[in-house]
Design a protein. Structure first.
Length: 230
């Protein structure tokens, strides 16, 4: 069932409307956490941040549990006819919660690395990956909250064609010892950071795929209706 049809179901049911609104709040919190974590790792020498990251993470977790409860309660009354809509929304909040966790991982790097993380010879590539990951995530927030299918499709293309391969190549080069101008600890932090950025973008792609795909194809590229494999 397309997302626009699922939204019509949500708008007709108070529990689903509340659950959808809470998923939007989760996205806003996760985006704030992500941007603050990147700031603490890459722009500050002491790893500090201006928000309470862990309080926000607890709120994300509370929202996730509440969305699950609302979906379960609704499905227990409505029966299997709206199962797909419930499964999509539960999948969405799982992805948001994982993004928040990776934001925490980035901040953990900031707290443990002795100064702001710089990439030596790989700095331009790291900065590019960082920018792309941010664009994918912000595009996901925009697409999901506004139900913009074209933005959703572009997010999926940007992740698959650009970001994923670049992250993998850079990590492989670091593991192979091709970053000799930085200390081992910094090289390790860079590899972890790039990996976290890739996972944030991947969960963003998974989340936004629900706008263009039926539930069985969440996280996969869009297929034309005539060739759709369920």
């Amino acid at each position: 069932m397309p997302w626009k049809n699922l939204l019509s179901i949500f708008s007709q049911n108070d529990l689903y409307t509340q659950a959808l609104e809470e998923s939007h709040r989760m996205l806003d919190l996760a985006l704030t956490m992500y941007e603050a974590s990147v700031e603490s790792l890459r722009r500050r020498d002491d790893g500090t941040m201006d928000i309470d990251l862990y309080a926000m993470d607890k709120q994300v977790n509370r929202y996730e549990r509440d969305v699950r409860r609302k979906v379960m309660t609704h499905l227990s009354v409505s029966g299997p006819s709206e199962l797909a809509s419930g499964l999509v929304l539960v999948s969405v909040v799982i992805d948001i919660e994982r993004i928040a966790d990776y934001a925490k991982n980035i901040h953990d790097l900031a707290r443990n690395h002795p100064r702001r993380l710089e990439g030596g010879a790989f700095e331009p590539r790291i900065a590019s990956i960082e920018e792309q990951a941010g664009e994918v995530f912000r595009g996901t927030v925009e697409a999901f909250k506004s139900n913009n299918l074209e933005t959703a499709r572009q997010v999926m293309v940007n992740y698959k064609e650009k970001l994923s391969a670049e992250c993998d190549q850079l990590v492989h080069q670091i593991v192979a010892g091709e970053l000799p101008d930085v200390p081992t600890g910094t090289a390790t932090a860079i590899a972890l950071y790039v990996r976290y950025l890739k996972r944030i973008a991947a969960h963003s792609r998974n989340l936004v795929s629900g706008l263009v795909n039926p539930f069985p194809r969440l996280g996969y590229r869009e297929k034309k209706p005539e060739s759709l494999e369920l």
